[in-house]
Design a protein around this ligand. Structure first.
Ligand code: GBH
Length: 476
């Protein structure tokens, strides 16, 4: 028994990935609706139009959580259901807001602790059209602050708040690779939109400011009475040098984490960007004003950690092109000795390596002075799953082993290394819309039959989580 008696475990999802019901109850379009409608962006032309239809199946989803014994549920809100046009002078849609108020009431009645993400990538489309969305340093943080206030006020029962999910993805995947909405990229092969040599860092900066504003509002206006905690969720892989004998690879492995995680975590904990980023990016990386530093420094009550995999990292030649987002390095899944970092999955970027989880929890804890950590996502896809029958998919021993290995690695980081991990949300409660990959890749602990009325079938892994945590969490 190594985890605190109040350790919180459960499953995670995100609004656009599960809700469907895109035109219901006055919801406005988000940038993902618009992006999915563009030809060639999403595998098989899929979209979140129906997804798991969770907007209409809240009771079913809560019953599912209960059935598998989850203590907590992390989900995100669709901003454009609550404020369809998104802005601070635009009307609030009471139907959309009360849907979430009721959902939280129902979760709590079922004994499940809600954890709300305010922003998991589905920006109201109008804000992108009106002023360039996340690129706008003046407007975007103010509109986000307003949205956050509307939500805090309506949902005082929620005690766990996450401002942004994975700002790295909203910056790099959306403004450099063009893989995510709104699809900016300087890549000549896909007809360039925007300037990828600058936009990812502008977007990252604006998200940090918006996060800071939303935290300030929570702490000043709501936290004294509601007593919740708030933080930002960051993604990042564990890294190891491609050639451990080469100090340049050792340095690059460290720098890769700085470009993924410290880009956001250093401002939140130290009030500045990492030196490695300033050195490479120069004035392409925005400067914080003193007011912005005051907002952002110290703005995490906890560190939200999304984690899936590990990489080997090899240094480059020292001349990264201007749109290079992570410094001058390359990542691979095998090292110089030809060893693989882990078994293949359905996702090219994901290979399980549980030691990496423990090592990265330690890396974060040392650098940021042992903050409370909530693991807000962790999970895996499975190679070749789409060739299997439903009955075969339900026997997801690969995922059961993944969770077992990763959760035990987490427990070691707590018990043996002294890290302060307080929660764990498996990704995902159910199969869902996997962004650019559409419905091809399944991350769920529950199978969703998209051909038969989105019927849910819990997989073996959904049932494996409770006994695992029961064996690790101290009894009161
Ligand atoms: C999470 O991100 C998301 O929060 C969640 O919505 C999603 O469903 C889940 O992952 C599963 O994918 O193009 O080489 O840079 C996970 C972190 C970071 C993984 C970016 C994919 C892209 C690989 N993601 N990464 S690459």
């Amino acid at each position: 028994m190594s985890l605190r008696s109040d350790f919180l475990w459960g499953f995670a999802t995100a609004s656009y990935q599960i809700e469907g019901a895109i035109d219901q109850d006055g919801r406005g379009p988000s940038i993902w609706d618009t992006f999915c409608a563009k030809p060639g962006k999403i595998a098989h032309g899929a979209s979140g139009e129906v997804a798991c239809d969770s907007y209409n199946r809240t009771a079913e989803d809560i019953a599912l959580l209960k059935k598998v014994g989850a203590q907590a549920y992390r989900f995100s809100l669709s901003w454009s259901r609550i404020i369809p046009l998104g802005g601070r002078n635009d009307p609030v849609n009471e139907a959309g807001l009360s849907h979430y108020v009721k959902f939280v009431d129902d979760l709590i009645d079922a004994g499940i602790t809600p954890m709300i993400t305010l922003y998991h990538w589905d920006l109201p489309d109008e804000l992108d059209k009106r002023y360039g969305g996340l690129l706008n340093r003046e407007e975007f943080p103010l509109d986000f602050e307003n949205y956050a206030r509307v939500v805090y006020k309506a949902i005082p029962k929620c005690k766990y708040w996450i401002t942004f999910n994975e700002p790295f993805c909203s910056s790099v995947l959306a403004y450099s690779f063009g893989q995510f909405a709104p699809g900016h990229t300087s890549d000549r092969n896909v007809s360039p939109v925007g300037d990828s040599s600058r936009e990812p860092w502008i977007v990252g900066h604006n998200i940090l400011v918006a996060h800071g504003r939303a935290v300030k509002v929570y702490r000043e206006e709501f936290k004294p009475t509601d007593k919740g905690v708030i933080g930002i969720t960051l993604n990042g892989d564990a890294t190891y040098p491609w050639d451990p004998e080469d100090p340049r690879d050792v340095e690059a492995a460290h720098r890769k984490i700085e470009f993924a995680i410290s880009w956001f975590a250093d401002p939140v904990y130290f009030g500045k960007y990492p030196d490695s980023m300033r050195k490479q990016l120069g004035d392409r990386l925005p400067e914080f004003t003193p007011e912005e530093v005051a907002l952002i420094k110290g703005s995490n009550d906890f560190y939200g950690m999304n984690h899936y995999t590990a990489d080997y990292v090899k240094h480059g030649d020292g001349n990264p092109p201007p749109e290079d987002y992570e410094g001058d390095l390359t990542c691979s899944k095998t090292n110089k000795a030809g060893e693989s970092i882990g078994p293949e999955t359905q996702s090219f970027w994901l290979r399980p390596n549980a030691q990496g989880f423990r090592d990265l929890i330690n890396w974060l804890s040392k650098r940021y002075n042992y903050p409370p950590i909530y693991v807000t996502e962790n999970g895996t896809s499975i190679k070749g799953e789409n060739d299997l029958t439903r009955e075969e998919i339900l026997e997801d021993d690969f995922r059961v082993k993944y969770f077992d290995d990763y959760v035990r690695a987490l427990a070691k980081a707590v018990e043996e290394d002294g890290c302060d991990v307080r929660g764990y949300m498996g990704w995902s409660l159910m199969d869902n819309f996997e962004w650019a990959e559409g419905y091809e890749t399944r991350f769920g602990c529950t199978y969703v039959d998209y051909d038969d009325n989105q019927k849910r079938y819990p997989k073996k892994s959904a049932y494996a989580m409770k006994p695992l945590f029961d064996s690790l969490i101290k009894k009161e």
